[in-house]
Design a protein around this ligand. Structure first.
Ligand code: SF4
Length: 343
């Protein structure tokens, strides 16, 4: 099947609110999440969004993102806003990253800019550029210090030595670092402890608790994501008990909550009053990431992910159509909608 890169700008007419994998996500706090692209350089076996494998990829124009973020901040309050760059993919593949960060800082109210990365594309030059443009923190997903294990989990070559050197360069820059391993019970238990010791060692070397943080993530399985064979996720209760055990053993704080990141509730701006099983009128404006996925446009701001369950429908005969779709998922907190067609 032909794959395509879809460039999303104002002229494209594709809305930036409401789609989970692209654009702007407002979760009703002081943190606004941006998803500027869907490309990834890895194909992690556990990727909950199946990145690196999409039929169509999306790249969003930075000025379009800026316009929509500014509109949200205007209503949310121009103070203490964090922008978190967290694509379904790898942020360092975004060609306009520096320009985007530079222009985000021009928006009144933004005080923190953070981003998520797998770290593989870091190098001294990029770190310098990110430091100069004022990135506050980088969250790096590192699941093991063992190259073979890390490569197995990412289904790609994961150069640990290079990453550790780059982490050192980051630590000696103005950028803070958060190491965010995913804990796969029975798969990387020892590796998690190795990473904890690595953090403790860095703190012993004089790097502060703010400079180098650790945020262990629970392995979650999603229907549309890739799954690690034989690994069964444990309950949240089990996860927190294990974290408490490790906190005691290593005398380090591992259970982090919104307060640790200065996250607090704020007005949810991009809000639509739509409920599950309701019908919604929309225009199909674009293909989605997969063959059976499209983007429906409600208005200039809001889009809906539309799943199509009719094999005769394709982009040639569907894009531009006005349809009535049925909402099958309405995540009010995040204002993310999924609809199905035919109903
Ligand atoms: S987990 Fe992250 S780095 Fe790995 S494939 Fe998914 S988006 Fe890419």
């Amino acid at each position: 099947m032909k794959t395509e890169s879809i460039y999303v700008n104002k002229k494209s007419g594709i809305p930036l609110y409401g789609i989970d994998y692209m654009g702007v996500i407002d979760r009703g706090t002081n943190v606004i999440e941006l998803k500027p692209l869907t490309l990834c350089n890895l194909k992690c076996k556990y990727c909950f969004v199946s990145a690196g494998d999409y039929n169509n990829n999306f790249i969003v124009d930075p000025s379009y993102l800026i316009e929509k973020v500014d509109a949200i901040i205007e209503n949310k309050g121009r103070y203490n806003i964090e922008i978190h760059l967290a694509p379904y993919g790898e942020i360092l593949l975004y060609p306009k990253l520096i320009e985007l960060i530079e222009n985000l800082w021009k928006i009144e109210g933004i005080e923190t800019i953070t981003m998520q990365s797998n770290g593989m594309l870091l190098n001294k030059g990029i770190i310098k550029e990110l430091e100069e443009v004022g990135l506050t923190r980088i969250n790096i997903s590192l699941n093991s210090l063992n190259e073979e294990k890390a490569s197995y989990l990412c289904d790609s070559y994961f150069n640990i030595d290079a990453l550790l050197k780059n982490i050192k360069t980051l630590l000696n820059s103005k950028i803070n670092v958060l190491i965010a391993p995913v804990w796969f019970p029975g798969e990387n238990d020892d590796d998690i402890e190795e990473i904890i010791k690595f953090i403790i060692d860095l703190r012993d070397q004089g790097y502060s608790e703010k400079k180098i943080q650790i945020g262990i993530q629970k392995y979650l399985i999603y229907k549309t994501g890739r799954k690690l064979k034989k690994i069964r996720p444990k309950s949240w209760d089990f996860f927190y008990k294990q974290l408490s055990r490790l906190e005691k053993r290593y005398k380090i704080k591992l259970k982090l909550g919104p307060r640790d990141f200065n996250i607090h509730k704020r007005k949810n701006i991009a809000s639509l009053d739509v409920k599950k099983n309701e019908f919604i009128k929309l225009t199909i404006i674009s293909k989605g990431r997969w063959k059976n996925e499209f983007i429906g446009k409600i208005d200039d701001d809001f889009g809906v992910k539309v799943l199509v369950n009719e094999p005769s429908i394709n982009s040639e005969n569907f894009i531009g159509k006005k349809i009535n779709a049925r909402i099958i998922k309405a995540n009010y907190k995040n204002n993310i909608l999924t609809a199905v067609f035919p109903i």
